[in-house]
Design a protein around this ligand. Structure first.
Ligand SMILES: O=C(O)CCC(=O)C(=O)O
Ligand SMILES: [Fe+2]
Length: 229
């Protein structure tokens, strides 16, 4: 650190932040109190799972909504990317009663406020489709960071629900942590993209491995450190 105070650096998405650390503490404590939730045993990432978060009927209804809304996926940077994220995705209307109910349940499970959650996004992967390694947090060096800073700041927790089992492939792979999660219908996966100090955690790097057989459906909801929008 140099002597001069830099307001930009102080509010930088790329460094430790007591506010983001406090969000991590609160969610971790809540999930650890819940007997239905298990923590995946890995030293450098806070990641939890809960089976049967959605019923088979709810998963089927969400798959139907995704099929009705699916467009080729884009990347956050806005680039049309031919091979990086090859799935189809679509935002699900927050006014849909099922989407509303699921959002409430995600917020009740994690304790995260609904106003900080981005729109629930559905994704569908058919054989060969994937989402290559990426981090869900925003790089503070990206040109779009200043815009994100003004619309809720950094992405803290990711919540993702598998809506189908996949016959082969389609695991969510965390290469820095050397483990992967196979899709299980109805299971929610919850991880902290920040470390204990509220700085981006590079161990949260992950990929959706290519589906080999079957169709994979997921919904993802990313939470910001402040109200989104
Ligand atoms: O589909 C997956 O397994 C991962 C999806 C993902 O990484 C994302 O939507 O940010
Ligand atoms: Fe992701």
């Amino acid at each position: 650190m140099t002597g001069s105070f830099d307001a930009d650096a102080a509010d930088d998405g790329g460094i430790a932040s007591p506010a983001r650390a406090a969000i991590g503490d609160a969610v971790r404590a809540r999930l650890e109190r819940n007997p239905m939730v298990s923590r995946i045993d890995t030293p450098h990432l806070e990641i939890f799972g809960r089976q049967d978060f959605l019923s088979p009927e709810e998963c089927a209804e969400l798959r139907r909504l995704i099929d009705a809304n699916a467009q080729p996926s884009t990347l956050f940077s806005g680039s049309a990317n031919a091979d990086y994220r090859t799935s189809h995705s679509g935002n699900l209307s927050p006014r849909d009663p099922l989407v509303e109910r699921i959002t409430e349940r995600i917020c009740a499970l994690t304790g995260l406020p609904a106003i900080s959650g981005e729109t629930l996004q559905g994704q569908r992967y058919t054989p060969g489709q994937e989402y290559k390694v990426h981090c869900d947090y925003f790089p503070a060096t990206a040109d779009y960071w200043q815009r994100m800073r003004g619309t809720g700041g950094q992405r803290t927790w990711t919540t993702m629900i598998y809506l189908s089992a996949v016959e082969a492939g389609g695991e969510t792979h965390f290469p820095q942590c050397e483990f992967m999660v196979p899709p299980v219908e109805g299971m929610i996966l919850i991880w902290n993209n920040m470390d204990r100090d509220g700085a981006p955690n590079r161990f949260s790097l992950h990929a959706a491995l290519p589906v080999e057989r079957g169709t994979k459906y997921v919904v993802t909801k990313w939470f910001r450190e402040r109200p989104w929008g």
